[in-house]
Design a protein around this ligand. Structure first.
Ligand SMILES: NC(=O)c1ccc[n+]([C@@H]2O[C@H](COP(=O)([O-])OP(=O)(O)OC[C@H]3O[C@@H](n4cnc5c(N)ncnc54)[C@H](OP(=O)(O)O)[C@@H]3O)[C@@H](O)[C@H]2O)c1
Length: 315
């Protein structure tokens, strides 16, 4: 196929990464699909012979990431779209988390993505360009009880990715931070590490669990077409908000709670914290928006994307 692209997707064995891989393959693209356990990818390898290369890779191992990226680049001779998607969840209160848990979490969700970015950049630069999609979360805009370290890792990745976008633009490499909303994946089961609960936090834990609710989030394949379109856009936005929950949450988090307008003047702008707590943060979708749509942040707020297909002024 003339316009077929080559993708490298980390965390492609299940959930969102797998949905991205399957949709890319169905569209005629070729995919290098990375995960620690690539066995679940066998079925896809058989379905798309010659188009899918499974890559066993633990993104926390920097050396292995550089070696893996070499193999990935050699598999189809180039890399057009790299999706930094591998990730996990650390669930529990800040005080409860052990040093080992915190470091292990950030090793995957932050450092892993950094190693992949560093390893692919020489290839993308040598090719004269490429796409780097950094999968973060609606939770990266502000801290939330029980998922403090998850939000911290994603916020760190957001920040580094924005810097990176500026640094590599001149090489034709376009970086987009993709802030995903909630999707029905293994992130909250297989992908979760849980802290040892302290009794003192039980009332808050119960409150938070009620807030998360047991509503079933949308399936990850509803988000995949947005990612395909994003990767094809000549002038992609620096930041894309995907999904209805993300839409609501990012909008809330993006509003300053207090603003200092001068000496001795800290005025209330938006009662953000109380509103976020009171809103049905994890309620079933769609509410105000559609899980299969994406949104960009503009100076005026959040707009459905692509409003004009330009994607400018959205970072
Ligand atoms: N689902 C949501 O609601 C949601 C919302 C916002 C953002 N996200 C983000 O979306 C991304 C994908 O998550 P998901 O929801 O699809 O979760 P998932 O179903 O648990 O999938 C996670 C993927 O990451 C891989 N992975 C985990 N640790 C890895 C490591 N050390 N090295 C390489 N691969 C690793 C897993 O495979 P192996 O275990 O075999 O390695 C799996 O393929 C994550 O970055 C997550 O934070 C998800």
């Amino acid at each position: 196929m003339a316009n077929a692209r080559v993708w490298l997707i980390t965390g492609a064995s299940r959930g969102l990464g797998r949905a991205f891989a399957e949709t890319a393959l169905a569209g005629g693209d070729r995919v290098v699909a990375a995960a620690r356990d690539v066995e679940p990818l066998e079925e896809l390898t058989e379905k798309y012979p010659g188009h899918l290369v499974p890559l066993p890779l633990d993104v926390t191992d920097r050396r292995a990431v550089f070696d893996g990226v070499e193999r990935a680049a050699a598999a189809f001779g180039r890399l057009d779209v790299v999706v930094n998607n591998a990730g996990g969840m650390l669930y529990g209160m800040v005080e409860e988390a052990t040093e080992e848990q915190i470091r292990a979490h950030l090793d995957v969700n932050f450092f892993g993505a950094v190693w992949v970015a560093q390893a692919v950049l020489p290839h993308l630069r040598a090719q004269g360009g490429g796409r780097l999609l950094q999968v973060t979360s609606m939770g990266s805009g502000g801290g939330m009880a029980t998922v403090g370290f998850y939000g911290a890792g994603k916020a760190a990745l957001d920040s580094v990715s924005e810097a990176l976008a500026m640094e590599v633009e001149g090489f034709g490499v376009k970086v987009t931070v993709v802030q995903m909303g909630g999707y029905n994946t293994g992130l909250f089961t297989t992908g979760t590490t849980t802290t040892e609960p302290l009794a003192q936090y039980q009332p808050l834990r119960t409150e938070m669990e009620a807030m998360w609710g047991d509503a079933v989030a949308p399936e990850p394949d509803t988000a995949a077409p947005v990612i395909m379109e994003l990767a094809a856009l000549p002038d992609p936005p620096r930041r894309l908000i995907v999904g209805s929950q993300s839409f609501d949450h990012v909008l809330e988090m993006g509003r300053p709670e207090r603003i200092c307008t001068g000496p001795g003047s800290i005025s209330a702008v938006s009662p953000r914290a109380s509103r976020v707590r009171a809103t049905t943060f994890m309620q079933p979708v769609p509410r105000r928006a559609d899980a299969s749509k994406a949104y960009v942040r503009t100076p005026e707020g959040v707009e459905v994307w692509p409003a004009d297909k330009k994607g400018t002024g959205c970072a």
